[in-house]
Design a protein around this ligand. Structure first.
Ligand code: F6R
Length: 369
């Protein structure tokens, strides 16, 4: 039951610290190693991997996009991310040394299942990241890493998504560990940061009241745009998807650097633009570029809503609203920056009087192609 929450979605958003902690449980050793005994792929097979595909749909596809940044950075293996419904119709190059990671909360999504069968026919190794024990996708895959989010009842995925993202980090770190790690110090530090994620998520959740208030003021917007760069880009896509599916408001997510190549023409007086600001620290910081992007859209009349790290004051001159998230290493930031997106969409839909848990035209698991 809903435990006093108005919607299952709100309950599931609140359960995210647990979902993440449970997904990490027993998989990080005291010595900073990744322990994935259940992933039955031999060390030799892991060393032979020369390419990774991540294949999934919808929100799970966004988890895959985040996985690409992490896996490529930690392992130096090339990673391609593809929508399951496109993957098998274009004759992808697959062989024994390809690892195909399929991500599915339900484990029953037909597009993902068919893509996986295609990959297996081509002799690729298939690792499933799945939240549903014994469902079809993990049953047919070579190996499985279960997310432990617990059952998701709301149609829109929330705790399922964040636990997928965390599972993707585990896969990336595991591959790096077996193959030898280029950034050994960084990886050791990341393991500690993973352990800190449930508390960081708890903190974000405790500060969502201003976001709810803001959401109520956005409920009549005809369109809302979302911008991000690097791992903030998939978060922007996820924010837009959540808003479309729950609030039936037109929304689009863009890579902030693409604005000037066309989408900036959409911005008029008062257009709400939600921007995911990256951490001002970090090796390849794109922070300054995003600050310029915020400035550009503001100059064209946008109402800017900026999700920024605590202490990042560079965004203040150009932000109409700032939503704070705790300091987090760049690659892990989506775990905290996604939460305001979920809350915005949920609250906007609720303000519009819609059924948050059962949006029109959608089903929890999509078992047709
Ligand atoms: C969006 C949403 C869908 C699913 C997609 C894949 O909130 O829930 O986009 O993410 O249908 O579902 P799974 O992960 O079950 O394969």
């Amino acid at each position: 039951e809903k435990d006093g929450y108005d919607w299952f979605m709100l309950k599931e958003i609140a359960e995210q610290p647990h979902a993440i902690a449970d997904t990490l449980l027993g998989r990080l050793s005291d010595h900073g190693a990744i322990v994935l005994d259940e992933v039955r792929i031999s060390d030799q097979e892991v060393r032979d991997i020369d390419k990774v595909f991540v294949v999934s749909c919808g929100t799970s596809y966004h988890a895959g996009l985040i996985a690409k940044y992490a896996i490529e950075h930690w392992t130096r293996i090339p990673v391609e991310v593809e929508l399951a419904s496109e993957f098998r119709y274009r004759d992808p190059v697959l062989d024994r040394s390809t690892l195909v990671v399929v991500i599915s909360q339900s484990g029953e999504t037909m597009d993902t299942l068919m893509a996986m069968r295609h990959a297996k026919e081509q002799r690729a190794r298939v690792l499933a990241i799945c939240n549903t024990n014994g469902s079809t996708i993990p049953r047919e895959s070579d190996a499985v890493l279960y997310t432990r989010a617990g059952p998701e009842v709301a149609v829109a995925s929330t705790k399922g998504f964040l636990s997928q993202v965390v599972a993707c980090y585990l896969v990336g770190l595991f591959l790096a560990q077996v193959r030898g790690i280029k950034y050994a110090d960084e990886v050791a530090a990341i393991v500690d940061e993973l352990r800190a994620l449930p508390a960081a998520v708890e903190k974000v959740l405790s500060e969502m009241e201003p976001v709810r208030e803001l959401a109520r003021s956005l409920a009549d917007s005809p369109t809302i745009l979302f911008l991000g760069r690097h791992v903030g880009y998939p978060v922007a896509l996820e924010g837009a998807l959540k808003l479309k599916e729950l609030a039936y408001i037109h929304a689009e997510g863009f890579a902030a650097g693409e604005l000037k190549h066309g989408p900036i023409a959409l911005i008029g007086e008062g257009t709400p633009v939600v921007v995911v600001a990256p951490s001002p620290r970090g090796r390849e910081s794109v922070h300054g570029k995003v600050v310029s992007n915020i400035q550009e859209v503001r100059a064209r009349g946008a109402r800017t809503i900026v999700i920024a790290e605590e202490g990042d004051d560079d965004v203040l001159p150009y932000a109409d609203h700032v939503i704070r998230v705790p300091r987090t290493p760049t690659l892990l930031a989506p775990v905290v920056t996604t939460i305001p997106m979920q809350v915005l969409a949920c609250e906007i839909a609720d303000t519009r009087g819609l059924d948050v848990d059962q949006p029109r035209n959608l089903a929890k698991s999509v078992t047709v192609e």
